[in-house]
Design a protein around this ligand. Structure first.
Ligand code: FES
Length: 166
């Protein structure tokens, strides 16, 4: 079956919710009461913190850690440490989430759109436009030589996927 139910529509609100589809963490939210539900990987592109720990204000999802903000299509609209005049590079945007539909009182996502992240792809966010953004976790050239392999192992075993801020 290509579509899988992730939540009752009535339970999807401006409070982000974490759900798992085939073991992959996703965040589900409704940016505003009259807007459709949106779904993204539950992972901030900055330091991989679960976006489900964030908050929504004015239709914008804000990461709980350093405050990057994302609109309902996943475009990054604010990186606070870059200042009000700082450019926001495309690599700060959320990767496209899975296709979403709502019917029968539920939110569904297309299962074939849900993929485990490739660990080393998470570690390549080197855009100089983010130099003032408390470097992404992704700066491979800042890591000791064995560290990339270690980080890849940690990511692939699910440690980061299950990590939540408390
Ligand atoms: S981890 Fe999300 S803004 Fe830094």
């Amino acid at each position: 079956m290509d579509w899988t139910r992730v939540a009752d529509s009535a339970d999807v609100s401006a409070t982000p919710r974490s759900v798992l589809v085939d073991g992959v963490p996703l965040v589900v939210l409704r940016p505003a009461p009259d807007r459709p539900a949106v779904v993204f990987a539950d992972r901030c592109p900055h330091r991989l913190v679960p976006l489900s720990a964030g908050t929504v204000d004015g239709g914008v999802l804000q990461c709980r850690y350093h405050g990057w903000q994302f609109d309902e299509i996943g475009q990054c609209v604010a990186v606070p440490s870059n200042g009000s005049d700082g450019n926001i590079p495309p690599c700060a945007d959320l990767p496209p989430g899975p296709a979403v539909r709502e019917d029968d009182g539920a939110v569904w996502v297309r299962r074939t759109d849900v993929h485990e992240p490739v660990p080393l792809d998470l570690l390549s966010n080197v855009d100089p436009g983010l130099a003032r953004a408390w470097h992404p976790v992704a700066l491979l050239d800042e890591l000791p030589c064995a560290a990339p392999q270690l980080v890849a192992r940690v990511l692939s075993c699910g440690f980061v996927r299950r990590w939540t801020i408390r």
